[in-house]
Design a binder for this molecule. Structure first.
Ligand code: SF4
Length: 435
């Protein structure tokens, strides 16, 4: 039988889909090249925003005809959404066969078998404090860049976030398992690794810190670039900043979500730091790691956010100089502390206006950051031929900035090339290949 997996959401879901692929391949299932050719379809989902839930339900409804007319025998939903709203899924998608939360992927072969025998919904959304998928490696879809999960779950309980409820409590993978995963990827020709966790800075395996883990992983032969995400401002340590400044394999890019500029709002978000703490860390990082690129996440319109609070968000953006920001309007999520205890009292118009302002400011700041690269020569990891123009290729710099340059016909995805930066937009650089 063949399977097809469609992935939604974050990089951790991309890793989990690759894990599921390998579990299915090892149990005798084969990959289908398209949904129409699959016997089994899984959507691996994200519940971080309410819209994501609606999108997945809509997608599965669109695919329902493959069940009626096509080859498809089993349709399942994996990941955070079954964990978050399994009752809604069962009600709105009555033809669904399998619902699995993020800690039950090793049981999928068994669930498929039972589902074929016995046509009812097979559901497993239990969470396990110890589930780390030990002794299981992912199937690598990308041939030069790979994600490696170093920890699962989160203990932070930011008041707006569902992650601790849908992905369970925090646990770190052992060094041995992480190195096995990385060595397997590198042995397949992969040269860029991104270490993943909801909060990598609280990695702790038998006392080993995340900074020590980075140092250890960077020793891997033939590994050229090492990245990581996501960092939490309250946990990012001076030890880590030191390692980033001294280790040439660790890329000069840091994603550090600040969420809101006002310390009052941050307190209600339960983020564990103030505006001053955040800006102090940014200053230290910029001093210690020259040329580092910073990106962030911002929420506008959190309950009780006043005009003055919002101005502080704009101020943090100005001072920090982010390359890019993921900018969201606050929306209530079931299960969370904010939904239970705070009134969603910033009106929709004001939220939309604030979002517009952060987007416009980010465009200007992003362009200023990118302009700084004009005239410099960058090493670029070639990623793909441009979708817009076949005569161009796209790659990324050490700072995770996208670069578009001419397709010489002699280079291919996975190559490292030197590119002279000639122009910049707010999120992309343009350059000329140095022959
Ligand atoms: S650190 Fe906060 S925002 Fe990030 S996953 Fe954990 S609870 Fe959610």
């Amino acid at each position: 039988m063949t399977f097809f997996i469609e992935t939604f959401g974050c990089q951790m879901n991309v890793y989990d889909s690759e894990l599921v692929m390998n579990i299915l391949l090892q149990n005798g299932y084969e990959k289908a090249s398209a949904i129409g050719k699959a016997d089994i379809l899984f959507l691996n989902t994200c519940a971080i925003r309410e819209k994501a839930v609606e999108r997945v339900i809509h997608k599965m409804e669109q695919y329902a005809h493959y069940r009626k007319k096509g080859k498809l025998k089993i349709a399942g939903i994996l990941g955070c959404i079954p964990q978050y709203s399994s009752e809604r899924l069962k009600k709105e998608l009555p033809f669904i066969d399998i619902l699995s939360g993020p800690d039950n992927y090793d049981k999928l072969p068994q669930m498929i078998k039972e589902s074929i025998k016995n046509k009812r919904i097979h559901e497993d959304i239990r969470l396990y404090k110890e589930q780390n998928y030990d002794n299981m490696l992912p199937y690598r879809e990308n041939k030069f860049s790979a994600f490696v999960t170093v920890m699962r779950g989160c203990d932070n309980f930011c008041s707006y976030c569902v992650v601790p409820y849908v992905r369970g409590r925090e646990r770190s993978r052992s060094l041995n398992e992480i190195l096995k995963d990385i060595n397997d990827a590198v042995s397949k020709g992969i040269t860029e690794i991104t270490l993943l966790g909801q909060n990598v800075n609280s990695y702790n395996w038998n006392g080993m810190t995340f900074a020590a883990l980075l140092e250890k992983v960077s020793e891997t032969e033939n590994l050229k670039r090492l990245r990581f995400a996501t960092s939490h401002p309250k946990d990012i340590s001076y030890e880590l900043i030191e390692v980033m400044s001294n280790n040439p394999k660790i890329c000069k890019h840091l994603h550090l979500p600040f969420q809101a500029g006002s310390s009052e709002v941050l307190k209600r978000m339960n983020r564990g730091y103030t505006k001053e703490d955040y800006l102090g860390k940014i200053e230290k990082i910029r001093d210690s790691v020259p040329g580092i690129a910073l990106t962030t996440d911002i929420i506008v319109g959190f309950p009780g956010e006043t005009d003055d609070d919002f101005k502080e968000t704009l101020e943090v953006m100005e001072i920090s100089g982010f390359d890019n920001s993921f900018m969201f309007i606050y929306s209530e999520r079931e299960l969370t502390y904010a939904k239970k205890h705070y009134k969603d009292d910033v009106n929709r118009k004001i939220k939309a206006e604030r979002q517009k302002q952060v987007i416009e400011l980010q465009k200007r700041i992003g362009l200023e950051q990118m302009n700084g690269d004009i005239g410099t020569i960058k090493e670029v990891l070639v990623e793909s031929v441009s979708k817009k123009r076949k005569t161009e290729m796209i790659g990324s710099t050490d700072q995770n900035r996208s670069v578009v340059f001419e397709n010489s016909g002699k280079i291919k995805p996975g190559d490292y090339v030197k590119v002279k930066i000639t122009d910049a937009g707010s999120v992309t650089l343009l350059g000329e290949l140095i022959k």
